[in-house]
Design a protein around this ligand. Structure first.
Ligand code: IZC
Ligand code: ZN
Length: 455
């Protein structure tokens, strides 16, 4: 198989300013904003069958101009409307979807992209009965990745990041959130965020950096009796001011979990982060009910992530926030539950029934979810969370965009949005999660340019 990946940074192109995507059997627009409740099941699809086939004059097309979507709709009317605006068809390159499905580019709204080392040994430990938190408490887990990451240079981290971003792109991902959190000291946390920034500048994938200094208590604090409190103070005094001053993170995240950072400690970190201009998001109730969902609602976090074990009060708090028009997005990470061989998946159906918007992400990291394949995660979301293909796809497009504060930029195919989209080698979006682990990506368009094509 030939694979063409064209690496180009932002605005680097001297290619045709226009691109017209034709020949699709379905165009999944996800138009209409954040999905919650029953609306999460409506992907706003345009179907060629309704127009007489994918080559019919009124078959749905997507028109992109200078990196943005300018029109989505029936071919002849789109072409006529563009010509009337002074954009004749001759100025558009064509990309033939060949009967495939067009969707927005996938957005992975929760990854620990940058780290060094691997942790395959923990799989064996878990098979013998050790739990994730026991491995962490014994100095393994996150802490083993911290040791390897502190020893890595920025160039090491960049090479690693490029490798895995390429892999994510090959599965249809066009925007990635990347957390720090494997440094846990000022210099390494800044190195991770700086590397994330460079990778985003290089493109083609957009990278959204999140500061996660509160991922674990680092080894040099662990001998103190009040280790977690002391490290929280150090985050607030020694790390957050540097991160804020350098402007290298949009969000601040905390691992709010029994045995890691308590609700009170998490609140201290996130309030201090908000005071210096970082937006809050949380690892909430991944393993045990820890007050994470409640805290996310209280602080107005943009997203509460994991939620495999929220309390009833936590679900109530998220439902209330959504009903009051200040939704916290529940970013669920089912590949992590799967890879941890845990029994309890997040209560996705209950969250949707309670009107909470749901996003789906990979949680790519070396310990609990080493998969870069977000379309495989879609399958897990359908099989284990009980989401419909439409709900799951909304979770990796429009809702994931909102979970990163990018709902007006990406995640849907609507005029004005950045032209990020995927052509899949299947005739309907319902078949995307249907082939677990297959690579169905035929082409990826980023900022209006084809950056990956498989013939
Ligand atoms: O490295 O174990 N849950 N953080 C919180 C992780 C999983 C990543 C890791
Ligand atoms: Zn995570």
């Amino acid at each position: 198989m030939t694979l063409r990946v064209i690496h180009g940074g932002r605005g680097s192109s001297d290619l045709a300013p226009g691109l017209l995507i034709t020949g699709a059997s379905e165009v999944v627009t996800m138009a209409g904003g954040l999905r919650m409740g029953a609306d999460q099941d409506d992907p706003a699809v345009l179907r060629a069958a309704d127009a007489g086939g994918s080559d019919a004059p009124d078959a749905p097309v997507v028109a992109c101009w200078e990196g943005r979507i300018v029109a989505v709709g029936p071919r002849e009317s789109v072409v006529a409307a563009l010509a009337a605006e002074g954009l004749p068809a001759s100025r558009f390159a064509r990309l033939d979807a060949d009967g495939g499905t067009v969707t927005p580019g996938l957005i992975d709204a929760h990854t620990h992209l940058l780290f060094a080392g691997t942790r395959e040994g923990e799989l064996l430990l878990r098979q013998r009965g050790a739990t994730y938190l026991e491995i962490l408490a014994a100095g393994g887990g996150i802490l083993s990745t911290v040791a390897a990451t502190r020893a890595a240079t920025e160039d090491d981290l960049l090479a690693h990041g490029r490798r895995w971003l390429d892999e994510m792109l090959s599965h249809g991902v066009t925007t990635v959130e990347a957390k720090s959190g494997y440094g846990l000291d000022p210099a390494t946390e800044l190195r991770l965020l700086h590397a994330a920034g460079i990778l985003g500048e290089e493109g083609p994938i957009d990278v959204v950096p999140t500061y996660l200094g509160a991922h674990a208590v680092p080894p040099e604090f662990r001998s103190q009796p009040d280790a977690a409190d002391a490290y929280v103070r150090s985050i607030i005094q020694d790390q957050l001011p540097l991160v804020a001053a350098q402007g290298i993170a949009r969000f601040c995240d905390v691992f709010c979990e029994r045995g890691v950072f308590s609700m009170e400690q998490s609140r201290l970190v996130l309030e201090a982060a908000m005071a210096v201009g970082l937006e809050p998001r949380l690892h909430a109730d991944e393993i045990a009910p820890s007050g994470g969902a409640e805290l996310a609602a209280e602080l107005g976090a943009i997203s509460a992530d994991h939620l495999a074990a929220p309390s009833a009060e936590g679900i109530d708090a998220l439902a209330r926030a959504a009903a009051e028009g200040r939704p916290v997005i529940a970013t669920l990470l089912p590949a992590t539950t799967w890879f941890l061989m845990a029994d309890d998946y997040a209560p996705a159906r209950r969250l949707i029934e309670r009107g909470v918007p749901v996003a789906i992400a990979s949680d790519f990291n070396p310990g609990t979810s080493p998969t870069p394949n977000l379309s495989l995660v879609l399958t897990v979301a359908c099989l284990e969370l009980g989401l419909t293909p439409a709900e799951a796809l909304a979770g990796v497009t429009v809702n994931a965009a909102h979970a990163l504060g990018l709902g007006d930029e990406v995640g849907s195919l609507e005029p004005g949005r950045q032209a990020d989209l995927v052509i899949w080698r299947v005739p309907s979006y319902v078949q995307i999660p249907y082939y677990p682990g297959a690579n169905l990506v035929r082409a990826v368009v980023k900022r209006g340019q084809p950056i990956l094509e498989r013939p």
